[in-house]
Design a protein around this ligand. Structure first.
Ligand SMILES: [Zn+2]
Ligand SMILES: [Zn+2]
Length: 278
């Protein structure tokens, strides 16, 4: 609930007019032209009556009312009619986002980024997920990944993503969690790491390494990645081909990226903040 309050604070409408009559039409109830107190939300003008509505879109803060095309999620969030077409509300849609994202990642960066054990279970979680665990994490975590590994090194992967987010935002989380799976799969069983590494990389060195993996196309990160891959027993991923993650040598001064910028319309670009929407 604390997260709801925070979001609403960010998207509070601004009072803009007390004119006898304006050209504005309320984007919530359709009433207009509006007179008296008029409020402006980033999506458009709102009448005074709608501004007083308690229920708000969890994505943009727009007031919502019954019958206006908004939807209520199982855990009590509302999503307005503007955001509804782009919101991921069921597990099938989340799986679609994840599978498309992983395909894009492999298309763009090469087969070295394929999972050896490709089956990934994709599920959604919501606020109730945390409530049932007696925690109030709410909406401040967008996803997590876990990998079960047998002594023989066989892996079973799962990714869980926060429901009710915009598809474009979920793409960046899916790419992030996919990278976790790849790291989990390629981390040798005798490599001791913190128990929380499944969900988050903690510690400065691990954080830097995690960032380097996410930006492994940047030559600046190649030295640390070479060291990490050798330590992981994956020196086979160092080399010049499309099956390799990083080259064996640094480019000459002023040298460019190892791979050209994507030209495909399906292309995605990694940044430390995620992946650009298509
Ligand atoms: Zn209204
Ligand atoms: Zn909205």
């Amino acid at each position: 609930m604390r997260q709801f309050v925070f979001i609403l604070f960010l998207f509070t409408s601004v009072f803009i007019s007390t004119a006898a009559e304006t050209n504005y039409v309320c984007i919530v109830c359709g009433k207009g032209p509006l007179a008296g107190q008029v409020w402006l939300h980033p999506r458009g003008p709102i009448c005074d009556e709608c501004e007083k509505l308690e229920n708000r879109c969890s994505l943009c803060g727009l007031p919502v009312r019954a019958g206006d095309g908004s939807v209520k999620t199982g855990d009590g969030r509302f999503i307005c009619r503007f955001d509804k077409p782009n919101a991921v509300l069921d597990a099938a849609a989340a799986r679609d986002v994840f599978e498309n994202t992983r395909q894009d990642v492999v298309d763009l960066y090469g087969r070295g980024f394929l999972l050896k054990y490709p089956d990934v279970t994709v599920n959604l979680f919501d606020v109730d997920y945390w409530s049932e665990k007696g925690r109030d994490n709410g909406l401040d975590k967008y996803g997590f990944a876990s990998t079960r590994k047998t002594p023989a090194g066989e892996c079973t992967h799962e990714v869980v993503l926060l429901s009710g987010r915009l598809r474009n935002e979920m793409i960046s989380t899916a790419a992030h969690e996919y990278t976790h799976l790849w790291i989990n799969e390629n981390c040798p069983s005798n490599h001791v790491i913190d128990s929380d590494t499944v969900e988050a990389i903690k510690g400065l060195r691990q954080r830097r390494l995690h960032k380097a993996f996410l930006r492994y196309h940047d030559p600046e990160n190649w030295p640390v990645l070479r060291d990490a891959l050798r330590a992981m027993g994956r020196a086979d991923l160092i080399g010049p081909g499309s099956n390799h993650l990083v080259p064996a040598t640094q480019p000459a001064a002023g040298g460019g990226r190892r791979r050209p910028e994507p030209t495909s319309s399906r292309g995605l670009k990694f940044t430390t903040k995620g992946v650009r929407p298509r």
